[in-house]
Unconditional design. Structure first.
Length: 66
């Protein structure tokens, strides 16, 4: 697999800075591996898994109570 050029890496960095906000969640030692394993089981990246979990909780908390 060819290595990305410096220009490609810089372009990716600029795009990410423009398009995404960064979060830095901290979890207790050992939890990252546990969360990564859960993401792997459902075929998602760690980031996808975390973002979906946040979205689902926000949806639950913002939905009208029955």
């Amino acid at each position: 697999m060819p290595k990305n050029s410096k220009a490609r890496i810089d372009a990716n960095r600029r795009y990410a800075e423009k398009s995404y906000d960064r979060l830095y969640p901290f979890v207790p030692k050992g939890r990252k591996a546990e969360i990564q394993a859960a993401a792997d089981r459902v075929g998602e990246t760690l980031n996808e898994y975390i973002v979906k979990a946040i979205d689902q909780r926000m949806e639950r908390e913002n939905s009208p109570s029955d």
